[in-house]
Design a protein around this ligand. Structure first.
Ligand SMILES: NC(=O)c1ccc[n+]([C@@H]2O[C@H](COP(=O)([O-])OP(=O)(O)OC[C@H]3O[C@@H](n4cnc5c(N)ncnc54)[C@H](O)[C@@H]3O)[C@@H](O)[C@H]2O)c1
Length: 256
């Protein structure tokens, strides 16, 4: 039985994780932390706004973090206590990722930062890597609900990084589009000069298209998360895997 606590337990993702933990036989919910609904219960667990209390009272093996914004300090505290963070919140800086990796090495334990838990989205990224070898010119359009704070999405940036890895490995030079790449309408292009366009509208959940263009043809790979339940098989996979690992993992693709 894996003891799981959830940070950001009352949010859109956190509450779905709590439900999932309560319905999986090998998982038990031992803690829930949020700054809202404090004192109310999820299952048998009372929601607290004090993550240290959540740890001392519930003794979790794993903390799933979907609290917003990301706080590296909390993950550092969990790792120091021998608890494995599985982090879904996006928006970590490169320095924070390095810190988490360093703590995994120091304490010989695991931490996971998973920008996207949907298995379909990870397959979209892997397929994009394959296509990029043959049709390297591409742009990304990501579409999310309008409550999402960060732009571009962690998934879009991760996709661009994975495609850039292909450019580097295969020595591919991409011919840039004419025109000023810094024109605001051309979007974010910090990674591999791949342009990312962010749409934020009510009605969307999480969607992404990777559009490849070649002479006389285009190829689009599209993934749609139409319900937050799409993330849960990946979350459960990570909780279970984190108990077996002693390293820092960035991205669900490392587990597939
Ligand atoms: N990795 C993925 O697959 C994935 C999928 C969807 C969303 N996300 C990311 O997950 C994060 C959460 O998304 P959401 O849609 O559930 O957001 P949300 O706003 O619905 O939930 C965030 C929750 O965190 C709580 N919170 C804020 N400060 C806190 C604190 N100090 N301690 C504890 N809880 C605190 C809020 O009260 C809220 O309930 C975002 O960064 C989002 O981009 C990741």
């Amino acid at each position: 039985m894996i003891k799981v606590a959830v940070l950001g337990a009352c949010g859109r993702m956190g509450s779905e994780v709590c439900k999932t933990v309560l319905t999986n036989e090998d998982l038990t919910l031992v803690g829930a932390c949020d700054i809202v609904n404090v004192g109310t219960k999820i299952g048998d667990v009372v929601i607290t706004d004090d993550y240290k209390k959540m740890v001392s009272e519930g003794c979790p093996d794993v903390v799933v973090d979907f609290s917003k914004p990301f706080s590296c300090e909390k993950s550092e505290y969990f790792l120091e206590k021998g608890i494995r963070p599985v982090i879904g919140t996006t928006g970590q800086t490169p320095e924070e990722l390095e810190t988490l990796k360093g703590l995994c090495d120091k304490y010989k334990t695991s931490a996971m930062v998973i920008p996207n838990f949907t298995i379909g989205a990870v397959l979209m990224m892997k397929l994009s890597q394959e296509v990029a070898k043959y049709m390297p010119n591409c742009e990304i359009i990501e579409l999310h609900h309008n409550q999402k704070i960060d732009s571009p999405s962690g998934t879009a940036v991760r996709t661009a990084k994975m495609i850039k890895d292909v450019y580097d490995k295969e020595n591919i030079e991409v011919i840039k589009a004419k025109g000023n790449p810094d024109d605001p309408a051309r979007g974010y292009h910090e990674v591999g000069d791949i342009h990312i366009h962010s749409v934020r509208l009510p009605g969307y959940v999480a969607h992404q298209e990777v559009i490849f263009g070649g002479p006389g043809q285009t190829l689009t790979i599209r993934h749609d998360s139409i319900d937050r339940s799409s993330y849960m098989p990946g979350v459960v996979m990570c909780i279970r895997a984190s108990m077996e690992r002693c390293d820092f993992i960035y991205g669900l693709d490392k587990l597939l």
